[in-house]
Design a protein around this ligand. Structure first.
Ligand SMILES: [Zn+2]
Length: 414
């Protein structure tokens, strides 16, 4: 088996791996200005997408801009999320260099799409492929690829711990080679129940004092997780931004969430914001939590809510995920002020950070890899892939971290 690393190698973003020059695993975008895409020209015979995050599916429509019509294989939620993201990209950046595809390419995606459930083996570009629940977001998959000689287990993004929205992964299919994500290879997550308790106590205190809490959250996964928490603790909440559409969509795929009834209750509990900024400013005066995109304050209705609540120190902004360097969210955490629509504004409201990660931490990653002591381990999707590969070698693994553009010949050795 030959693997070609077109993106996501020793980096996070633009994940893309070409198997045997024919089967493409993921085709994502690295969010930056300008955005970065996988390297090289690629004309795959088929595509398999692991899950509906921008860094794994964001560039897929561009594969259909020519005459080729490769089938795209994924789970039903991944299909819907990829289309939602593509339409959002068109809306934000259509007809500019920031958008590598057209409306027509996005329409073609719906024509070549082939959806699969977990553990249903199918054929793609001459390979046997099986998707397994990866416990990251609804519909997220590990991808097992068998070319008749070598079995590759591409973990993609995964979590071993349970979230309210999805249960952690337990899948450990036999494999000769494991291509493993390493986002949090040097992090130990605080116990999820403890994070949740701290978050709830903080929000309840602010509401008790008469304040408002803005909860910036990624649209996919995190927004729904926060709604589930708000419902479980009876915290009054609004939900706004792209996360509202994603929440509605997930209700149509109950088999891909951990507890469909809980999501139903959480959806009824939250008040969905559909209005304009006038309505948003009124909501910002209420004693309530507001779950809203974007998770890193780089756009979305959060850009209305945070300025609206910023002057009152009783109010609070609770970040719910990792803040990438250079984003307004990171700036706000570090300096107490951030840029909103071109103006740098000081924020007197308290700003807090909570680790509601959807990725395995170091012990979670090692827990999975320990079941593959005889396999060859390739490390990708991280900021310290080489260091982690070295730590794995010291622990007796046959491990390495391919670089961008590398081509690897792999075999079912041993
Ligand atoms: Zn992801």
């Amino acid at each position: 088996m030959e693997l070609r690393f077109l993106g996501g190698a020793r980096e996070v973003g633009r994940s893309a791996i070409l198997v045997n020059d024919s089967l493409l695993l993921d085709y994502g975008v690295l969010t930056d200005t300008p955005p970065q895409y996988p390297v090289g020209d690629v004309e795959p015979d088929a595509v398999v997408a692991s899950h509906g995050h921008l860094d794994h599916v964001g560039a897929i429509p561009s594969l259909l801009s020519g005459s080729s019509r490769p089938p795209i294989h994924w789970t039903p939620p991944t299909r819907e999320l990829a289309l939602t993201l593509a339409r959002d990209t068109l809306k934000l950046h259509g007809r500019t260099l920031q958008c590598p595809f057209t409306e027509n390419d996005v329409r073609r995606v719906t024509q070549v799409s082939e959806t699969h459930g977990y553990r249903e083996t199918f054929e793609a570009a001459g390979h046997e492929v099986t998707l397994f629940d990866a416990g990251h977001i609804p519909g997220s998959a590990h991808v097992l690829v068998d070319d008749g000689e070598t079995r590759l287990f591409y973990t993609a993004d995964f979590h071993t711990g349970d979230q309210r929205l999805v249960s952690g992964t337990t899948a450990r299919p036999d494999a000769d080679v494991v291509l493993c994500e390493s986002t949090y290879s040097d992090v130990t997550h605080e116990d999820r129940a403890v994070v949740e308790e701290r978050f709830v106590e903080s929000v309840e205190t602010t509401l008790w004092e008469g304040g408002t809490v803005v909860v910036p959250a990624f649209a996919i996964g995190r927004t729904q997780e926060m709604l589930l928490i708000c419902d479980a603790y009876d915290i009054p909440c609004y939900v706004d931004g792209m996360g509202t559409d994603v929440t509605e969509m997930l209700r149509r795929h109950p088999e891909f969430v951990r507890d469909a009834d809980a999501l139903q209750r959480a959806t009824s509990h939250a008040r969905f914001v559909t209005g304009r900024d006038g309505q948003r400013k009124r909501i910002a005066d209420q004693q309530t939590a507001i779950v809203t995109t974007s998770g890193m304050l780089s756009g979305g209705p959060a850009m209305t809510y945070v300025p609206a609540i910023r002057a009152n120190p009783t109010n609070k902004v609770t970040m719910t995920g990792y803040q990438v360097q250079g984003t307004p969210g990171r700036e706000l955490l570090e300096t107490g002020s951030a840029e909103f629509d071109g103006r740098v504004l000081p924020v007197s409201a308290r700003v807090e950070q909570y680790d509601f990660s959807a990725h395995a931490d170091r012990s979670g990653i090692l827990d999975v890899l320990n079941d593959y002591r005889d396999a060859e381990i390739l490390v990708n999707h991280g900021d310290r892939c080489e260091a982690f590969a070295e730590e794995l070698r010291a622990a007796g693994f046959d491990a390495s971290a391919p670089a961008l553009g590398d081509v690897r010949e792999l075999s079912a050795h041993r």
